[in-house]
Design a protein around this ligand. Structure first.
Ligand SMILES: NC(=O)c1ccc[n+]([C@@H]2O[C@H](COP(=O)([O-])OP(=O)(O)OC[C@H]3O[C@@H](n4cnc5c(N)ncnc54)[C@H](OP(=O)(O)O)[C@@H]3O)[C@@H](O)[C@H]2O)c1
Length: 272
């Protein structure tokens, strides 16, 4: 199976990345990034709200993989959107990451009344070359439709919560139809999917770990995945998803697990 895809603006994006939410000290960040690049990861997903861009930036600078071979994602948080400060927030992310550019910059949440203006700022960042692609996260069909009315630039990616316990087929089909690559965040349901009987039985059948089954399932659904781990053995094992294939009948069994159950809460300022 291929390990990368072309986004709608023709740049290549790896299908596997390391999520770094909740990595909040420098040593842990360095160990995680070093383990990941050694295991073959080339994509790292961070955000200002994770409060670790500085650590991640230093770990990237020190790792042996050249910057041009890495794919770095960051995002704009809700506060900056509300303040109309997306451009400033982007520059501060670059500074903390100690980078000249990111590969993908996302609107993390569709803040009502703000996200269309935020998108116009992202369009400018794209044309400045400081980000190679722009996209969104946690956007539903109505948010994507709203963007379509005001912009000719289609988001390259929609990063959403997706795992066997939560699969939004209508949204994912919409994204596929509009050439928006879907990226699965919390692809292990923050660990909850790993104790599920169906996943464990299928893991035994393929002599794989439950995490590998959940991640491979998402790949076969056409998604990219950004599992988080700070544990070198898990980081390494989670990369072992390109050398086997889940049969159609097992894919269908995993699909029966869908409960539309979210493990990542909406931020407080997006509720109500
Ligand atoms: N755009 C958004 O709004 C948004 C929201 C949430 C997350 N994200 C992104 O998505 C990334 C991943 O999501 P997530 O961190 O929420 O959840 P996740 O990747 O589904 O799960 C992470 C948890 O699973 C454990 N784990 C990882 N591999 C394992 C394995 N092989 N066996 C057993 N346990 C394993 C990790 O433990 P250890 O670390 O202790 O190994 C950690 O507790 C985030 O880090 C972030 O980059 C984006």
């Amino acid at each position: 199976m291929k390990q990368s895809i072309f986004l709608n603006n023709d740049i290549s994006m790896p299908l596997l990345g390391l999520g770094v939410n909740n990595i909040d000290d420098e040593r842990t960040a360095a160990t995680a990034i070093n383990s990941a690049v050694t295991a073959g990861y080339r994509m790292i997903d961070t955000a200002p709200v994770y409060k670790n861009e500085e650590f991640i930036g230093r770990a990237i600078a020190r790792c042996w993989v050249p910057r041009r071979d890495l794919f770095i994602i960051s995002k704009v948080w809700n506060t900056a959107q509300r303040l109309g400060d997306t451009a400033g927030a982007f520059e501060r992310s670059l500074e903390r990451l100690q980078l000249d550019y990111v590969d993908l910059f996302l609107i993390q949440w569709p803040v009502p009344g703000c996200f269309a203006a935020t998108w116009r700022t992202l369009e400018k960042l794209l044309s400045s070359g400081k980000t190679r692609a722009i996209g969104v996260s946690n956007f539903g069909i109505r948010h994507l439709e709203a963007l379509r009315k005001v912009s000719g630039i289609v988001p390259a990616v929609n990063q959403i919560e997706c795992h066997p316990l939560n699969y939004e087929s209508e949204l994912i089909d919409y994204c596929k139809d509009h050439d928006i690559a879907v990226q699965a965040y919390a692809p292990l349901a923050r660990g909850a999917v790993l104790d599920e009987d169906i996943i464990c039985v299928i893991a035994t059948k393929y002599a794989k770990t439950p995490a590998q089954i959940a991640l491979r399932w998402a790949l076969q659904k056409g998604l990219s995945v950004i599992p988080k781990s700070i544990t070198p053995e898990r980081i390494h094992a989670n990369a072992g998803i390109f050398d086997f294939e889940i049969e159609e009948e097992d894919m269908a069994i995993i699909e029966t697990m869908n409960q539309h159950r979210h493990f990542v809460e909406k931020p407080e300022d997006m509720r109500g």
